[in-house]
Ligand binder design. Structure first.
Ligand SMILES: [Zn+2]
Length: 82
């Protein structure tokens, strides 16, 4: 039985053409000039590659303890249905 963690993000419906990862986040990260976001271990690697390709410094911070438990799930878009 999964309990919803209320971490400040409500689950209002977004564009139904986008499917989000939803995997529990293991890192938080910030792009220069953007708000902090959360990402799972699988997508963290991809983000890092993108950042390297763009020459940006991506700061990935491992979530621990309460931070991990309270983090919203990974919001990376994994699929766009057409
Ligand atoms: Zn993910």
């Amino acid at each position: 039985m999964a309990e919803d963690a209320h971490a400040g993000s409500d689950s209002r419906p977004t564009h139904s053409s986008e499917r989000r990862c939803g995997t529990p986040s293991l890192f938080r990260y910030t792009w220069p000039g953007h708000d902090e976001a959360f990402v799972c271990v699988m997508h963290a690697g991809g983000l890092k590659r993108v950042a390297d390709a763009l020459g940006l410094h991506l700061q990935l911070v491992l979530l621990q303890g309460e931070q991990f438990e309270n983090a919203p799930p990974c919001s990376q878009i994994v699929e766009k249905t057409r």
